[in-house]
Design a protein around this ligand. Structure first.
Ligand SMILES: O=P(O)(O)OC[C@H]1O[C@H](OP(=O)(O)OP(=O)(O)O)[C@H](O)[C@@H]1O
Ligand SMILES: Nc1ncnc2[nH]cnc12
Length: 180
């Protein structure tokens, strides 16, 4: 029998205390990724953020944020019949890029996108695994807009509600499959 999405997420996301540093509870999605029916259900649920009320795809590109975002965003792009665009950590993309820096729950980072990753006016769905402080998604939205593309929304597997991600992204369309 098919499990509910809620059950799939409960089965597949585990807490790793004090990783990568003391005081952080790391949400590990690797059990979910190893569960092929569950992974499929999650991809389908994330892809729904890129469709209209009749279930028709409304996006041209799906952005995945390195590294865990890639794993989810690539199958979502295929499910929506959209292109995939990688947003990568600084220094990994070969052609001219735009870059944005931001603070993380456990550090600091700079992300980049190719300047020619989007056609003008492309409609874009952003996918990531976890929304924590919101710094990563916020920087990613800035990158997409600098390229002249339109953000349709952001979908994440998991939102950490004890961190200010949603507040930081006020005014943006953000959906989460699970909020803890
Ligand atoms: O909402 P925020 O506070 O910005 O945090 C969320 C981000 O943090 C994690 O990425 P991380 O940089 O640890 O990289 P990884 O995917 O390469 O493991 C996670 O995958 C999100 O992208
Ligand atoms: N607590 C956490 N678990 C997994 N990924 C994260 N990204 C930022 N905070 C995280």
């Amino acid at each position: 029998m098919m499990r509910s999405l809620e059950q799939v997420l409960a089965d597949g996301v585990r807490d790793i205390p004090d990783y990568p540093q003391p005081g952080v509870v790391f949400k590990d999605i690797t059990p979910l990724l190893a569960d092929h029916t569950g992974f499929g259900q999650v991809v389908e649920a994330l892809a729904a953020a890129g469709t209209d009320d009749d279930g028709r795809p409304v996006v041209d590109k799906v952005v995945g944020i390195e590294a865990r975002g890639f794993i989810l965003a690539a199958p979502v792009a295929l499910a929506l019949g959209a292109g995939f665009v990688p947003v990568r950590k600084k220094g990994k993309l070969p052609a001219p890029t735009y870059e944005e820096s931001y603070a993380l729950e456990y550090g600091e980072a700079t992300i980049e996108v190719h300047q020619d990753a989007f056609a003008p006016g492309d409609r874009v769905l952003v996918i990531d695994d976890v929304l924590a402080t919101g710094g990563t998604v916020e920087a990613c939205l800035r990158l997409i807009r600098r390229c002249g593309a339109e953000v349709v929304g952001t979908a994440v597997l998991l939102e950490l509600s004890f961190l200010p991600g949603r507040k930081r992204l006020e005014g943006e369309q953000v959906s989460a499959l699970l909020t803890v």
